[in-house]
Write a protein that binds this ligand. Sequence first.
Ligand code: GLU
Length: 295
Amino acid sequence: MSYIGRFAPSPSGPLHTGSLITALASWLDARRHNGRWLLRIEDIDPPREIDGASEQIIDSLQRHGLTWDGMVAFQSKRSHHYEDALQYLRDKGLLYACSCTRRQLRRIADETTTHAYPGVCRKLQLPEENSALRFRIGCGLVTFCDEAAGTMSENVPATVGDFIVRRRGPFYAYQLAVVVDDALQGISHVVRGSDLLDNTARQILLQRALEYPALRYLHLPLVLQTDGRKLSKQTGAAALDNNNALKNLLFAWSFLGQQATEDQPGSITEFLEFAVANWQRERLPALQKPGSNRL
Ligand code: GLU
């Protein structure tokens, strides 16, 4: 089996404990399967980006010994691929322009008590200029197997409805860019945080519409703050101290439920060799399945 994994951080801040755990798990899973591991910087959301964060993330990964294969890919340089994919969907009649404002959408959500987009603009044939583009999902019941969470099922028309693939701007939506890049980079396995578990059904619908191959998914438990929220760059998670790389890696290893080393490893290289040889997915802590719409 050929294995190509990836780590795909958004440069909204430096690497922190939570993102190191994701990077380490996906790196180990790829290396354990003699696979390749790619690094892709998801810099398509300028308002959320912090100057210098991409360089900091790249430096931190290097300091932690998590080496990637090939060149780093930057989504900001890949717009032509996203446009090609949009054209493919447009030709199949699967895109439409939407001029709904956030305020209108909030009002509709309050009136209908659903957060799924009810298709207000679906039949209006609005011009694309100055509008968002939505993907027409049709019957979107998706069932997939997550290698940690097991069988997941989501009825996308009821949970999110036709979703945005290009925002007014234009800004390419994460859902579109991630699906296009995973396919064009030949990714076979996605190992990432379980905060993205409920994005997976949408991504599978797009993959199918674009006639891309299916991927294998493994979603990881999240590091939570004391208030129960996910430790994240947005909630001000502290940057990793690169001078304590070995200690950070050992913490991440133990968070991932893996077998303790017998002796304190002498170096990062020694630890990573031990970790590749001893990585066991079966030891990952159980995931809680969020949401009532899932099996
Ligand atoms: N860029 C996303 C993030 O930093 C991750 C995307 C993915 O792994 O699919 O949260």
